[in-house]
Design a protein around this ligand. Structure first.
Ligand SMILES: Nc1nc2c(ncn2[C@@H]2O[C@H](COP(=O)(O)OP(=O)(O)OP(=O)(O)O)[C@@H](O)[C@H]2O)c(=O)[nH]1
Length: 321
């Protein structure tokens, strides 16, 4: 957008300087400089939301000035401005900005008749076509946003339980491993339902599915808001816990084990979970961290299930309940 913006505005800015139309020339130059500042900011911070809003406001102000100054030679810029704004900011923000721009033009025309538009009829035509274009673009942008959110949701969640899927787990665990700047302590729990195959074999897959859904509901209700639950296999789940140290991880594992065994039921009775956990060591890769937690899960299963094991920082297993 910025490339096309600079490409299309620069010749006009030069022409305005050439014809000594200083107000419009300065407005055009300001728009070009703003584009470059916004691009540099977005490039450096990876944040496109703030520069998007900044550019939408700058461009809308410049297009309004050009419209008021040049009349018919300026107001055609409002049409590409509509598309630009809906591309740069959220649909509601873009609509608000467009209504503000059009209101400014109409107020100016009312206060200074015949300066922008030769007559009221032309002003009304301009207003109606701009409003129509804005509303149609709003509907288009709103639908696109809604569809994108649905697609994002489908691509990141397990359809049965609603927990995050394996793809997001890899992204989030890698993010935690790379987060060396914040000094946060990240922990991981791997949870696996005990004797789940028996439930499927005895009562059928639908009953098994319901147990999985209930399990996720129980876990979600017991964890903090910024903990993230992933389903990475059939009845295997991972829980990422930021700001949780070894002692904290023990407390959470004990609490989740208790919550599950007291609240999760199949037609055969209570269902339990085995849990393995590990705190992220510095300079450890995501697969190594995951493996350390998974090894602890294996030890918990070997120890008779319905229990948890947490890797000690020196890789020794803590004997736990
Ligand atoms: N209902 C249902 N079952 C699933 C799903 N995904 C995997 N499974 C079943 O989960 C069961 C996993 O069995 P195992 O890996 O033997 O584990 P387990 O019976 O829980 O035994 P332990 O983990 O050793 O206690 C298999 O029967 C799979 O078919 C699913 O989405 N729905």
């Amino acid at each position: 957008m910025s490339f096309f913006g600079v490409l299309s505005i620069t010749p006009y800015a030069l022409y305005r300087y050439y014809t000594a139309d200083l107000t419009v020339a300065i407005a055009d130059s300001f728009a070009i400089i703003s584009i470059l500042v916004a691009v540099i900011y977005a490039w450096r911070t990876n944040n496109t939301v703030k520069p998007g809003l900044y550019l939408a406001i700058i461009f809308s102000t410049v297009a309004t000035i050009v419209t008021l100054k040049l009349g018919i030679n300026g107001y055609f810029w409002i049409y590409p401005l509509i598309l630009f704004n809906f591309f740069m900011v959220s649909p509601l923000r873009a609509l608000t900005i467009m209504v503000t721009v059009l209101a400014s033009v109409v107020i100016y025309h009312t206060l200074h008749p015949n300066t922008v538009f030769p007559n009221h009829y032309q002003m009304v035509s301009f207003l109606v076509t701009c409003l129509l274009s804005s509303f149609l673009t709003f509907i288009f942008a709103f639908r696109t946003q809604h569809q994108r959110e649905r697609l994002e949701n489908l691509a990141s969640h397990d359809p049965l339980t609603g927990a995050y899927n394996r793809r997001i787990m890899a992204i989030e665990l890698n993010k935690a491993v790379r987060d060396t700047r914040s000094m946060r302590i990240y922990s991981l729990l791997i949870m696996d339902l005990d004797h789940f195959k028996n439930i499927n074999d005895t009562f059928g897959h639908l009953t098994g599915d319901q147990v999985l859904v209930d399990f996720v509901r129980i876990i979600q209700a017991s964890i903090r808001e910024n903990d993230q639950l992933f389903r990475y296999g059939g009845e295997e789940f991972a829980l990422l816990l930021p700001d949780t140290n070894h002692d904290g991880l023990e407390v959470v594992a004990a609490m989740l084990k208790k919550q599950v065994s007291s609240k999760l039921y199949s037609p055969a009775g209570s269902v339990s979970v085995s849990i393995g956990g590990a705190v992220l060591n510095s300079k450890e890769s995501y697969p190594d961290w995951f493996k350390r937690a998974d090894d602890q899960l294996y030890i918990a299963k070997q120890a008779g299930r319905n229990c948890y094991r947490i890797a000690a920082p020196d890789n020794l297993s803590y004997q736990a309940a």
